[in-house]
Ligand binder design. Structure first.
Ligand code: AMP
Ligand code: GLY
Length: 414
């Protein structure tokens, strides 16, 4: 089989790395890939959002199976386009990708199917949004409806900040047309957690849980990032497990009643308090860096899982995990998530232990290996315990060097 993986990051590196283990997979292409993927895949210089270019390539190379990493091509309808052309592809269609493309779309679905979530109102009109602010208590959350690279959520401590947030979105149009609509919602407290599910024929098959670390500094301080460290598994109490399953059941019911045909991944972001989960958001793709710890722990053949998911034939017993813990520390460029420099020479990867897996988030090969993004490398270790995985990962992080390298020291210590 010839497989095409779409995307450039650590998530796509991890998916390709796991697909490469499958006896069914002969060759993997990555569009565009990065400095770490060219050692076992063919990097193809087509942008993940260039749907026509990708389609032309897949037809010409007779690609048997395509896996989509990021949300942009999904929201643009790559899955519909490939299927119309007789190509097999893993991911939700354009209609289902609306769960990530529009926060309001998701909120309407959650309320309709009685799925716990923060109370909200949505607006396309600035004055109406301003006038609503007295209906909420503070802090409250102002969200641009559309895709904003994870930056569209503004937590406001008081009315002044909320007015400021609405000015930014509606007047300054910092998110362009992605901010044509705004969702204002109640601020939830608790512990954030995510659940990734394979979805086959509208049925949800949860993967084992992974804990992301979103803030840039130790102790969950500082601005949010895409995620700078993660570990798996995360155990749930019986009560929480039951409540999470109940949410999944309601989502399945909603998909059926809305006559959707969901297939691919559903990433459910939760806020959990007293074992009661409330949904913060849906994403329609694998998480990054969650995927970097899930793939090394997966015992099953990833190609078979994804293929069965597309065929609507996945069964719970198909998904088998290793007992090991897995932990990733992400080495970032100094300054991330604000501005940072690229093109720093990366040294020391060859000195890392043989059993350490290094997924590349943002690198490129230009004679030397260079940094090429805010998140640079996911240094990943398996261990019999979380402590063992953590110690192995950090021992090896210290062997890798580039100018300005920064990483959190407390991944997996909480
Ligand atoms: P989202 O893109 O909706 O997941 O929001 C990004 C981040 O903002 C989340 O990971 C949370 O940390 C925070 N957030 C979003 N909505 C809320 C909420 N209603 N209450 C508290 N925090 C929130
Ligand atoms: N790690 C969070 C995300 O992928 O959105």
């Amino acid at each position: 089989m010839k497989v095409l993986v779409i995307g450039n990051g650590g998530r796509e590196h991890a998916l390709a790395w796991k697909l490469n283990e499958s006896p069914s997979v002969d060759k993997i292409y990555l569009a565009k890939g990065n400095g770490g993927t060219s050692s076992f895949c063919e990097n193809v210089d087509i942008d993940p959002s260039d749907i026509e270019g990708l389609l032309k390539f897949a037809l010409k190379e007779k690609i048997d199976f395509t896996v989509v990493g990021p949300e942009d091509p999904l929201c643009m309808g790559i899955v519909d386009k490939f299927r119309e052309n007789g190509l097999k592809i893993f991911g939700p269609n354009k209609e289902c990708a609306k769960f990530e493309k529009s926060k309001e779309f998701t909120k309407i679905f959650l309320e309709k199917y009685n799925i716990p979530t923060a109370k909200y109102l949505s607006f396309t009109d600035y004055d109406k949004a301003i006038n609503s602010l007295d209906k909420f208590s503070y802090p409250l959350v102002v969200k641009a409806d559309g895709l904003c690279l994870g930056k569209g959520v503004l937590i406001c401590e008081n009315k002044e900040e909320a007015v400021d947030a609405l000015d930014k979105i509606f007047k300054e149009r910092v998110f362009g047309s992605e901010g044509d609509k705004v969702v204002i919602e109640e601020f939830l407290t608790g512990e954030e957690a995510s659940l990734l599910c394979l979805v086959s024929n509208n049925k949800l098959y949860p993967l084992e849980r992974a804990k992301d670390h979103k803030q840039i500094y130790d102790g969950d301080k500082g601005p949010n990032t895409g995620g700078v460290g993660t570990y798996s598994p995360v155990k749930a109490s019986d009560e929480l497990a039951k409540n999470l399953r109940e949410v999944c059941d309601k989502i399945e019911e909603g998909f059926d009643k809305e006559n959707l045909n969901y297939s691919g991944i559903l990433f459910i972001g939760f806020m959990i308090e007293d074992d009661k989960p409330k949904v913060l958001e849906f994403n329609v793709r694998f998480g990054d860096p969650e995927t970097e710890v899930l793939m090394p722990r997966l015992d099953s053949d990833l190609f078979e899982l994804l293929n069965k998911t597309v065929d609507g034939e996945l069964k719970e017993e198909d998904i088998v995990w290793k007992d090991d813990y897995c932990l990733t520390v992400i080495m970032c460029s100094g300054g991330y998530p604000a501005s940072y420099e690229k093109g720093k020479v990366i040294e020391g990867i060859e000195d890392t232990d043989e059993d350490i897996i290094i997924f590349h988030n943002g690198t490129k090969l230009d004679k030397e290996l260079l940094t090429n993004g805010g998140r640079v490398l996911s240094v990943t270790a398996l261990g019999k315990t979380l402590k063992e995985a953590r110690e192995k990962a950090y021992e090896n992080v210290e062997k890798i060097h580039f100018d300005g390298a920064y990483y959190r020291k407390d991944i997996g210590t909480k």
